[in-house]
Design a protein around this ligand. Structure first.
Ligand SMILES: [Zn+2]
Length: 264
């Protein structure tokens, strides 16, 4: 079954994907917050982060609840960050692009799990400069579980698995050398694991492009936009790797194809 067979089905799929994506974004936001604040990710009811009041169904509708309560808690009146509705909409859009790019396939489901993991670790890295191992484990498990359905020969498998090992191992070596040279932690271990996992999903060329985009955006942000931060202070690099990985996964294939054509 393909969403492209019939236009009404395509439009319907886009709408459903967007609504589902905003709900998923809301859940992932909550999971990230709980992880950073040391709460169980799966157990316990949702509650207001300032007064602790349990949230009802009326408070849990993505975007709409926030707009209806004018960005405040219905119980204590405390402001609720606009980050919640914004990231919910963002993940809705990501969900639509994932469906449009990969159709109703195992590949779509696998890549969606990776995108969800990237979304969560972006939030936790921004908030607390930590990348949960659970994100890597979920991405790795999805990749392994999908492989029997997507198997396209050993050469193909080695290309992607090799990219994971190559970039994970390579970056680890660079990071250890930098740590020694600068006498402090440079790249976090979470970043290295993240690049290794991204290698599995993007392959060698895709990961190279991803790293170029991530470094460029990260450096521009750190030195031009975020001037207020002290020189040499740590800044989270995970969000840049995650955003660049998502971009390459969803839109990078033409770039990789062009590069391969130029090589040949
Ligand atoms: Zn409250």
């Amino acid at each position: 079954m393909s969403i492209y067979e019939y236009t009404p089905i395509l439009i319907y799929s886009i709408v459903i994907a967007f609504v589902f994506g905003t709900c998923m974004g809301s859940f992932l936001n909550c999971a990230a917050w709980r992880y950073v604040n040391g709460e169980s990710v799966l157990k316990g009811r949702s509650h207001c982060t300032s007064c602790g009041h349990e949230l009802g169904l009326r408070d849990l509708i993505p975007v709409i609840s926030w707009l209806a309560s004018k960005g405040r808690c219905r119980y204590c009146g405390e402001r609720i960050s606009a980050r919640y509705p914004i990231t919910e909409v963002l993940f809705g859009i990501i969900t639509v692009f994932c469906l449009l790019s990969f159709d109703f396939t195992v590949l779509c489901l696998r890549n969606y799990i990776f995108l969800a993991a990237l979304f969560v670790l972006t939030l936790t890295d921004i908030d607390a400069m930590v990348i949960p191992d659970g994100c890597h484990i979920a991405s790795l498990a999805a990749w392994v579980a999908a492989e029997p359905f997507l198997f396209e020969g050993w050469k193909n498998l080695m290309y992607y698995a090799g990219a994971g090992l190559l970039f994970g191992g390579g970056l680890l070596a660079v990071s250890l050398a930098l740590d020694r040279a600068m006498g402090r932690d440079t790249l976090g271990g979470g970043d290295i694991k993240l690049v290794a996992v991204a290698g599995l999903y993007l392959g060698v060329i895709g990961t190279l492009f991803m790293l170029m985009i991530a470094c460029l955006c990260g450096l521009i942000y750190n030195y031009l936009i975020n001037k207020t931060s002290e020189k040499g202070s740590a800044f989270p690099f995970g969000p840049w790797i995650a955003s660049a990985s998502a971009m390459m996964l969803l839109f990078g294939q033409p770039l990789v194809d062009l590069y391969m054509a130029l090589l040949n």
